[in-house]
Design a protein around this ligand. Structure first.
Ligand code: KIV
Length: 273
């Protein structure tokens, strides 16, 4: 430890997030670039540099093609924009599921090269050992249970979880294992309200729901869904803006003005002195 403090930035911390269990709901959104992170920073406790970036920004069909390099690039951008929110970076598919030592190297690289404060892994019984390994070595880990987008090929699509008694028990066990391994927060995706409530009551870490009802300790949405940037969004998304229409209308107006030579006008033009 040293007394040298290089920057006045004061961010929320993992223990502060953990302490919010049962308190004022945690507000979280995804972010992938600096300007958006700067706008969201004042309103969010947690900004997640989600591997959803692969689909939302890069146009991939699912998150499996997302690489460490992509996560690092977007993580760096978000860290430049955010000054107070707690920033978490997703570990991409293939970077953490095997040997915990490899997971540690990749997680450490994500934190070193981005400056973010924690990583997220899609968790469950096989990943719990890795969560413990990372947290014991100084890396706060957020778990992610229920619908796990990186398991899309095993599941045969993006499907809500816990609808049969067996699956319900499986998701509960994922939650207990993730909690016992030391995760500071757990994202619950795509489960029914009663199961989300049961999980939230069963674990010490705050739960953050996405399509998992108001029973959780906080909520997260993919920012572009929430801003209405796509034609379609899942049932659990509430649209707070209609950016798709706004952007399309703006582009149409610009195209019209360019074609009619209305743009640029004199006030948008440089002239010799
Ligand atoms: O990648 C992501 O955006 C996520 C959220 C949906 C929680 O994991």
């Amino acid at each position: 430890m040293s007394s040298y403090t290089p920057s006045p930035v004061k961010r929320l911390t993992a223990p502060e997030i953990y302490a919010r269990k049962g308190g004022t709901p945690l507000v979280s959104l995804t972010a992938y670039d600096a300007p958006m992170a700067e706008i969201l920073d004042n309103h969010c406790d947690i900004l997640l540099v989600g591997d959803s970036v692969g689909m939302v920004v890069h146009g991939l069909l699912n998150t499996l093609g997302v690489t460490m390099e992509m996560m690092i690039l977007h993580g760096q951008a978000v860290m430049r924009g955010a000054k107070r929110a707690f920033v978490v970076v997703d570990m991409p598919f293939g970077s953490y599921e095997g040997d915990p030592e490899v997971a540690f190297d990749n997680a450490a690289r994500l934190l070193k090269e981005t400056g973010a404060q924690a990583v997220k892994v899609e968790s469950g019984p096989t990943v719990a050992r890795t969560i413990a390994y990372l947290t014991q070595r100084g890396i706060p880990v957020m778990g992610h249970i229920g619908l796990r987008p990186q398991a899309v090929n095993v599941d045969g699509g993006f499907r809500a979880k816990g609808r049969t008694p067996e699956e319900r028990e499986k998701v509960l066990q994922e939650a207990r294992d993730t909690d016992a391994a030391g995760a500071f927060a757990i994202v619950i995706e795509g489960v029914a309200a009663d199961l989300a409530g049961e999980i939230t009551a069963a674990v010490k870490a705050p739960t953050i729901g996405i399509g998992a009802s108001a029973a959780c300790d906080g909520q997260i949405l993919v920012v572009d869904d929430m801003l209405g940037q796509f034609d379609w969004s899942p049932k659990f998304v509430r649209r707070y803006a209609a950016l798709r229409e706004t952007i399309s209308e703006a582009a149409a107006a610009y195209a019209k003005d360019v074609k009619s030579r209305d743009f640029p006008a004199p006030q948008e033009t440089y002239f010799a002195k």
